[in-house]
Design a protein around this ligand. Structure first.
Ligand code: UDP
Ligand code: MG
Length: 316
């Protein structure tokens, strides 16, 4: 059995060597082989240098792929998946927030149950601001209400899964990749494994609030078309209401001779519906932009350099 650990790295020069050592001491003495596929996601610090050195010193274990620029964690995970050879694979962060011992426990859990295809680490306690928590809970409630795919709150990208799932993920060629959703979408029996994320080893988080917000919006637009239908529904309801209002006005005029002064009403209604129409056009535009990006068929990443990795089709 070969176990592949896939590590996305963006400006993690302080983290990759300690992570390698932690992985080595955890998986070194086990009854199976392991490999580590580092993906350097366009780091601007010394990450690539550290990776080159690690790969040179540990040719059988450490491999690396380096992108030409920063393409984002999802692209890094995809590249790792494509190049990892393991029967069982694992996504693990480079900052030591995902302890390798936990990965081993998850692996053992997976190996103990043949029917199980994925073990996903789920964060029980999170040290984050109130605002972030509020926002995250709101996001999960919204996306679960809108989408057929089930999103589990707190489920992380820290996962151990079988080759079957890796192949299923690779068969999905969408440009906007939202891992949490892709994993639920492909199915297979998944169990959640509670863990506590340790503090970052070094460097700082790459996620700003705005970054998270954009990621959340991507998730929603990638996994549901419901917002498109909301416009239709809203249009239908307001049309019906306007007919009712028309009848009221006619009755008032004909039977009670009430003149309906309308300036304020008209201005308010014009502004309201003008805004509502632009809002829905914006939603349509979001989907259209995604279709546009997807149809360009640009690759999700560009590889500048591979270390200890055979190019596709090359024999070992
Ligand atoms: N990462 C990446 N590309 C990016 C941003 C992050 O490969 O554009 C990697 C990063 O190096 C780390 C992992 O993704 O290994 C998680 O990032 P981070 O620790 O910043 O996120 P957090 O743990 O705060 O959610
Ligand atoms: Mg982290």
């Amino acid at each position: 059995m070969l176990f592949s650990l896939i590590v996305p790295c963006y400006n993690e020069e302080g983290g990759v060597v300690p992570l390698f050592e932690a992985i080595h001491s955890t998986f070194g003495g086990q009854d199976f082989d392991y490999e580590i596929v580092f993906v350097n996601d366009g780091s601007t610090d010394g990450t690539l240098r550290s990776l080159r050195q690690l790969a040179a010193e540990n040719p059988g274990v450490a491999r690396a792929i380096s992108f030409s620029r920063n393409f984002g964690k999802e692209s890094a995970l995809l590249a790792g998946l494509k190049h990892a050879k393991g029967d069982i694979l694992c996504f693990i962060d480079a900052d030591l927030q995902h302890p390798p011992e936990t990965a081993l426990e998850m692996l053992n859990k997976l190996r103990a149950d043949e029917d199980l295809s994925c073990v996903c680490a789920i964060q029980t306690e999170r040290s984050e601001s109130r605002l972030t928590r509020l926002f995250k809970n709101g996001f999960y409630r919204l996306i679960n209400a809108l989408s057929d795919v089930n999103f589990v709150s707190g489920a992380s990208d820290f996962r151990v899964f079988r080759r079957q799932i890796a192949d299923a993920l690779l068969s999905m060629t969408e440009y906007y990749r939202f891992s949490k959703g892709l994993f639920s979408w492909v199915g297979f029996k998944t169990e959640y494994y509670p863990y506590r994320a340790t503090p970052r080893h070094s460097g700082e988080t790459k996620w700003s609030f705005v970054g998270l917000l954009r990621y959340a919006i991507d998730g929603i637009f990638s996994f549901t078309a419901v917002p498109l239908r909301v416009a239709m529904f809203a249009g239908l309801v307001t049309s019906l209401l306007s007919v009712v209002y028309l009848l009221v006005v006619v009755v008032q005029k004909l039977f009670f001779s009430i003149d309906v002064p309308g300036y304020a009403t008209i201005v308010t209604l014009i502004l309201f519906f003008g805004g509502a129409q632009l809002f829905f056009i914006g939603i349509v535009g979001e989907y259209l932009a995604r279709v546009f990006t997807q149809t360009k068929h640009r690759p999700p990443y560009i590889i500048q350099e591979t270390i200890n990795i055979q190019a596709e089709g090359e024999e070992a």
